[in-house]
Design a protein around this ligand. Structure first.
Ligand SMILES: Nc1ncnc2c1ncn2[C@@H]1O[C@H](COP(=O)(O)OP(=O)(O)OP(=O)(O)O)[C@@H](O)[C@H]1O
Ligand SMILES: [Mg+2]
Length: 268
């Protein structure tokens, strides 16, 4: 049975800029279970990246609690946050954020410096994940010697290298063409099928259709939170219950253990 891996309680993030205050997140209360695949959507400025940065321990909330894997991280110091982040979370950004002067292999191996592993062991692991994303033949290329899709695959390999429970991706296909976006989405699906929890920000309805659940933000609040019934049907093992052929929404509601109370309105 899935366990609760992310729990935010009345999370608030207020940026203070001189006399002006921007409440990027008002009160966000959200649970995410292990092995879920959540698409985070909403208009520009609704707070998606701010929420991802909090969930990813890149920033701390102004108010509220964030419980990651059972540990309250809301009031941790920067050093403690860095440790949690390195262990539990892999980040993928729209702009790839690779170091330009070093090879794919070195970019991917970089997060492993904290492990205390030998160089050889770090490189072997980096090689392994580069192969997972289909880049085993581009390990010595530098970012500017790669296509956009290949750069993003290097970034995904870097996010995976520590084997984190959670992968956070903020518009990972935002700079890619449709065909390449589909390839990248396939990689995220495989990662999810291997047991990682994924939260992915996207503006593209096509892309969000791959997710189990779509959470929409508006003005720093959760506007809607819906389960994707098509995916749930196709991927019942994740949810730990059997959904019989022809099951209706009441049957779904019976599967409370994972999904909690759901009504017709919760489904898309
Ligand atoms: N560092 C900051 N300082 C001040 N205000 C900020 C800061 N970061 C974000 N904001 C404000 O907080 C709000 C939410 O921003 P955020 O980046 O989370 O939006 P978003 O949903 O990711 O938008 P987009 O789809 O354009 O990426 C915006 O109004 C933004 O101007
Ligand atoms: Mg954003």
């Amino acid at each position: 049975m899935s366990t609760k891996i992310i729990e935010t309680i009345d999370l608030n993030k207020t940026y203070v800029m001189g006399a002006e205050k921007v409440e990027a997140l008002k009160t966000i209360t959200l649970d995410v279970y292990s092995n879920e695949y959540v698409a985070l959507m909403g208009p520009s400025g609704s707070g998606k990246s701010t929420l991802m940065n909090l969930i990813g321990c890149l920033d701390t909330p102004t108010r509220g609690d964030y419980i990651l894997n059972g540990v309250n991280v809301s009031s941790m110091s920067d050093g403690e946050l860095a440790e949690v982040r390195n262990k539990e979370i892999g980040f993928v950004f729209q702009t790839f954020n690779l170091l330009p002067r070093i090879s794919s292999l070195d970019n991917v191996a970089l997060p492993l410096v904290y492990t205390g592993w030998s160089k050889k062991k770090r490189e072997d692991r980096a090689m392994e994940v580069l192969e997972i994303v289909g880049l085993g033949d581009r390990v010595h290329h530098k970012p500017n010697e790669l296509s956009g899709g290949q750069r993003q695959r290097v970034a995904i390999a870097r996010a995976l290298v520590n084997n984190p429970a959670i992968i956070l991706a903020d518009e990972p296909t935002g700079n890619l063409d449709t065909k390449t976006s589909i390839e990248i989405m396939r990689i995220f699906e495989n990662i999810n099928a291997n047991g990682n929890t994924i939260i992915l920000v996207t503006h593209e309805p096509d892309i969000s259709e791959h997710a189990h659940r779509i959470v929409r933000l508006r003005d720093g609040l959760v506007e809607t939170d819906k389960k994707n019934l098509n995916i749930i049907r196709a991927d019942q093992s994740t949810y730990g219950f059997d959904l019989p052929e022809g099951a209706n929404n009441e049957d779904m509601a019976a599967a409370k253990d994972y999904v909690g109370d759901i009504t017709e309105d919760d489904l898309i």
